[in-house]
Design a protein around this ligand. Sequence first.
Ligand code: ARG
Length: 498
Amino acid sequence: MGDDATAGSGDDADDETVVRRDRFSGGPAREFLSSLAGDSRIFDADLAVDRAHVVMLAEQGIIDDDVAGEVLGALDDVESAGHGDLPDGEDVHEAIESAVIDCVGPDGGKMHTARSRNDEVATCIRYRLRADLLEAVETTLALRESLLEAAAEHSETVMPGYTHLQPAQPTTVGHYLSSYAAAVGRDTARLLDAYDRTNESPLGGAAFAGTPFDIDRERTAELLGFGRVVENSMDAASARDFLAEATAALAIHATTLSGLAEDIVVFANKGYLDLSDDYSSTSSIMPQKKNPDTLELTRAVAGDATGELTGLLTTLKGLPRAYNRDLQRAHPHTFRAVDAVVEASSIAAGAVATADWNAEVLAAEADAGFATATGIADLLAMAGLPFRTAHEVVALAAEEAEHSDDGVTAAVLDAAAEDVLGESLFEYVDEKSVESALDPAASVASRDSRGGPAAEQVEASIKSAREALAVDGDELAARREQVAAADDALQEAVEAYV
Ligand code: ARG
């Protein structure tokens, strides 16, 4: 049934307490229409929204205090019985209202004065999503913590760095891991932003067109811990861009996780690190196997989250103003996304925290494939050769080295310099500095530009990342406190009537 008819005479004309809800709900579309099962996720939210609304109605003199007391008492009973005990209904809002009316009698129907299910459901989704987003923020903080801790431990552990998945230049495990701490830091910021725009109250917008009752929207917003009201009543009932924003932030975080997971899978494959058994699986047939399945699943969650975002945006696209039933299928996308991404994020944090990096394998690999070539070119450029000429000398040496067993020695480089420049390499640099530039550890130490892999740069970036992490921890705590304080205030307000 639509919201225009909240109550009417039942089939049993003698019994005024029967609410007429059967006209539109008995046919073959009954299950298709109902969101009741999935609404278990917003059961607690709906109770809070009902309580805040009833308290406000009583404070404004719109309903009598004793009616408010009865309704609030019935809501306590509904809460104790739980979502599973609700009477049948099109959704949780209707079912809770029916349960209240069953308990209190027709006066229970006063609960739905000056509101609609349209502003009610929008408020419930925002209320519930706030908690989910804070949990998502918390998992990103834990992941950053794991990344920074491992980064600090390995600020000087040399490893090969890649572009195009080809060995490119040596770097350190600390530099690699803190690059991901920075990326996840931006994911935290996006989630906090999405939280702040979710944390606005549509309640009192009614169906979309406001109400003639003298309601106090600020008061219900305050009792529910919202930062502000959604001003325009049509916007209040219609807006779901907060879902899109939250889901996008989650999908972006999942995409960050997928890159990290992919690297760890590759690194495990190359023996650069050993995953803890807790984050590995074995094969049902090949007894020697230890597979990085947790990271593969983490990698796949980006597909889930992006799918949910696509489904959500496609549902929202081109909807007419204001409420349309399509919206019932919008928020489940976000709830599924947040569940999957929170799980993947905390798995990634655990895998990173417990992985064992193999410094010897990494150092040997950092030395392979003339990965210090750029360092030699830089050395020649620093000695005054145009970088392009230096690049040519080193490229020729790399090519020659490919065909010799000696690898790139100063001798090979010298021969290449003769070919390109017509003079010896040692006209420009001494042998010792070439040998040093060929050494991965020395190469890393030399790249001490801001944000580079040299240990002091990595240590400085870990320090500032830890400061940013502490600030975000405070941001999370402040939002949790605001919600908890509102919960207490609501409970206190309710107790004045029950
Ligand atoms: N179950 C509905 C939803 O989730 C609640 C709002 C129903 N409103 C309406 N006018 N039919 O969107």
